[in-house]
Design a protein around this ligand. Structure first.
Ligand code: NAP
Length: 296
């Protein structure tokens, strides 16, 4: 029997992911807290639910992509949460980036009711969600990974079972250390190039394809040169991820020098009211210190 899929959380990432499930021919039921965000997928053929419990009652495979740890706790275990509607044998696949420790606690609560859970955080930005090319790093039981695989393959290209419950979230935090290191390097490099009076477009073309290249540089440097701060990933959510890295690194006594600096740079940008801008607006923190404006 084919599992009936449902999707909770139609934000920047969830909308594209749920749409790719629909496009692949699955009969998808969706729920989003702000109900109007369901309209676009309803027009494209998705069924809707009145809440997480209602969705869970009508689906076997429940994908979730919401913001932070308390939000996952609310939609899964809260008053009208998935746990109150899910049938025994259902599987929850959480794509949100949240605390690895809290993931284990949430999974245990679901397991007690006979509901399985995979932590399956994602990487690849809004572009990856829209194009079905995400990287998905999964923690949980191999049999459940196999069960979810045909659905995950509509959303991602690099799908890796990395270990037991919580391991997916740990690998995602590794991913975020790399992401912000790249963002910091990109910001320093562009401020340096501007200060040196270089042609920024030529500079970009010269280095993007070489050993200095990165997803961050290829996708976000052009946005910076256009002073386009629309978010693929907001500063507020990036800050949340770095908070998770810091908490986890502290518990492991693992040093994270650059990540700590970037955490505080983002904090200054949040204090200036820029939390809803894209994470590439990190460069504004350096621009202000250096009194340099990078413009292509
Ligand atoms: P987003 O655009 O801000 O969307 C957040 C979604 O979560 C919205 O659907 C929101 O509902 C829902 N939500 C938040 N709190 C909720 C609550 N308490 N109850 C019910 N629904 C709630 O964020 P996003 O960029 O899609 O990110 C979603 C997750 O993916 C985050 O964990 C993020 O770290 C991760 N992620 C994002 C990216 C990226 O590039 N954007 C990449 C990798 C991973 P409303 O519409 O009602 O606000």
């Amino acid at each position: 029997m084919t599992d009936k899929p449902g999707f909770i959380g139609l934000g920047i990432m969830g909308l594209g992911m749920a749409r790719n499930l629909l496009k692949a021919g699955f009969e998808v039921r969706v729920w989003n807290r702000t109900a109007s965000k369901m309209d676009i997928l309803a027009v494209e053929g998705a069924a809707t639910a009145t809440g997480p419990a209602d969705l869970a009652a009508q689906c076997d495979l429940i994908f979730v992509c919401v913001s932070d740890t308390p939000d996952v706790q609310a939609v899964l275990l809260g008053e009208n949460g998935v746990i109150h509607g899910a049938k025994a044998g259902s599987l929850v696949v959480d794509h949100s980036t949240i605390s690895p420790n809290a993931t284990k606690t949430i999974a245990a609560a679901l397991n007690e009711r006979g509901v399985q859970m995979l932590d399956a955080p994602i990487s690849g930005g809004s572009e990856g969600a829209a194009n079905g090319t995400l990287s998905i790093m999964i923690g949980g039981e191999a049999a459940q990974v196999e069960r979810a695989m045909p659905y995950l393959q509509t959303m991602g290209k690099t799908i890796t079972h990395v270990g037991p419950q919580g391991a997916g979230q740990m690998v995602k935090l590794v991913n975020q250390i790399l992401v912000v290191g790249n963002a910091l390097a990109m910001s320093e490099a562009l401020v340096f190039a501007q200060a040196g009076g270089l042609d920024l477009e030529k500079t970009f073309n010269a280095v993007a394809g070489g050993a200095a290249g990165s997803w961050m540089f290829s996708n976000r440097a052009p946005q910076i040169l256009n002073r386009d701060w629309r978010p693929g990933f907001t500063i507020d959510l990036q800050q949340k991820d770095l908070r998770l890295v810091k908490e986890t690194a502290d518990s492991l006594a693992a040093p994270i020098f650059a990540t700590n600096i970037v955490f505080d740079m983002y904090r200054t940008l949040q204090a200036q009211g820029l939390g809803a801008e894209g994470n590439h607006a990190l460069i504004k923190a350096l621009e202000r210190l250096a009194n340099v404006t990078v413009a292509g």
